[in-house]
Write a protein that binds this ligand. Structure first.
Ligand SMILES: Cc1cc2nc3c(=O)[nH]c(=O)nc-3n(C[C@H](O)[C@H](O)[C@H](O)COP(=O)(O)O)c2cc1C
Length: 212
């Protein structure tokens, strides 16, 4: 199939350095709010790229749940492929694909587990079905059938019929401490605006315009 004619010209107000907040987290908060206001579906869905200790890349979507100056937090299974990758190589990349706004944000930095207390607090806020789902799934392992998952789900549902469902010790969050954050906005004639924040040797954020 030839889809070479699929193309979109972007018409946005040009972005200049003076439009940007000096703090990339504040800038991210501003764009995140604009993505919400624009009705972007699941604006907190982000691609997470990891690289294994042997150098093999892999990629998947996860949901951003918290962000602040300390970093960007998502939750997952600590036995999953992504978790194994991070155990061998903590350097990861995140990408928010806000294509309907002709925007993307790319974040790089090391990932580290959040505290069990932080994971427990978030786990307790999840719907009961999601809590049971976390217990049942040995995420990324090969399984023989969906039936097996449903059987285990029902078994656990009975086991935890009353009271709180505890946090599995194989489930929790990761926080990515940003080392660089790039804001990309599509412009006409492919002369897009790209601004990258990176930390200088004193730990202060520097903003640089990149060629599109
Ligand atoms: C929109 C969307 C959101 C997702 N959010 C999460 C998430 O927050 N945590 C998670 O573990 N998996 C999430 N997934 C599933 C992952 O993409 C992936 O299939 C799973 O984590 C296993 O990845 P791995 O085998 O590379 O570790 C999401 C998938 C989609 C499409």
């Amino acid at each position: 199939m030839d889809i070479s004619a699929f193309r979109q010209d972007y018409q946005n107000t040009p972005l200049s350095k003076t439009d940007l907040d000096a703090d990339p987290i504040q800038q991210f908060a501003r764009w995140f709010q604009q993505a919400c206001d624009a009705g972007i579906h699941e604006p907190n869905a982000m691609s997470l790229a990891t690289v294994s200790a042997s150098g093999k890349p892999s990629l998947r979507m996860v949901l951003l749940k918290f962000f602040d100056a300390k970093g960007f937090v998502f939750f997952t299974n600590y036995g999953s492929r992504k978790a194994q990758d991070i155990a061998g190589n903590q350097e990861v990349a995140l990408l928010f694909p806000w294509v309907d706004l002709a925007r993307q944000v790319i974040i790089t930095g090391p990932a580290a587990k959040v505290s069990a207390m932080e994971s427990a607090r978030y786990f307790a806020s999840r719907p009961r079905g999601s809590q049971l789902g976390a217990w049942v799934s040995h995420q990324s392992a090969v399984i023989s059938s969906r039936q097996l998952l449903l059987q285990q789900f029902d078994k656990l549902k009975q086991k935890f019929v009353n009271g709180e469902i505890p946090l599995p010790d194989f489930w929790g969050g990761y926080r990515i401490a940003p080392e660089s954050i790039e804001f990309w906005q599509g412009q006409t004639s492919r002369l897009h605006d790209r601004f990258r924040y990176r930390k200088d040797e004193n730990g202060a954020w520097v903003i640089e315009r990149l060629a599109p």
